[in-house]
Design a protein. Sequence first.
Length: 317
Amino acid sequence: MIIYIDGERINPRTTAKDVSAVVSVEIPELKANKIISYGAFHQFVSLRSVFIPDMVTEIARGGFIGCKSLRYVDIGDKVELIDNYAFANCIALESINIPDSVKRIGNEIFRNCISLEEVKLSQSINEISKKAFEGCKSLKHIEIPEGVTKICANAFSMCTSLETITLPQSLIAIDKQAFYGCSSLKSVILPKSLIHIGADVFMGCKELKNISIPIGVEIIKSSTFWGCKSLSSIALHDKIKTIGKRAFYNCLSLESIVIPKSVLHISDEAFFCCKNLSNVDFISKDLCIGSRVFYSTNWYTDVKNQLFCRELLAKQN
């Protein structure tokens, strides 16, 4: 097809009479830097391949959103920005190589790309944006490059085939629900640099077996490990101050837990329905707890433990 150049922007809609029939696009080489316009190829439903030359520096919001037949994308090595939902709902896209020239990727960039299996991320980005890979149900592994300091909310939520993820030593924060519903995630090593883990981050990761909380994390937020049914080992360090509401709710494989002396508060239902939890070691003696913290656990069936919890609950009230 012919590509229409409008000033600095590439917009094919002015020349393509029937966008649904376009199968392949090759943008011509030009001297001046160009931008693929907002929604430029939106709903080109038969588009299978795209070749983006070096003169393109930006793919604007929704550039290829809804191109449901798109399988191959060759991104030139001068692109610096791939904006919000640029490739969202490209349900046939199987792999993507984001060149190191890219400094920022937008929100929802590959959201619901359900066939996406392989991703190579740019070494120049410093964060994984909100919902960037949400719903990428075929993605099994992802390596986050060094230099990334933040994984934003829902970045990988509902990636139901994701088994492993490699996190960089530069990572400081993982925002809420980043790995929510990653039901195949088996292992993750949290780097020492990490100081913030948001609420619901690993909620529903039912294959996750063990986790070690880095020393910089002082608060385990609400529902962080809700429904991690295979979680049998959790290492809590002696800098943790708070265990949030329903933090370990329904962790069925958890059999023992050591509450460090640094812990001052355990919120409501933190270990509710951890049915096989039989041993709770309270190193911390100066703490208070919320209601029903250990309900539906083996440990709580002992009357002495029930009385002990009531004493701790009374401190809060």
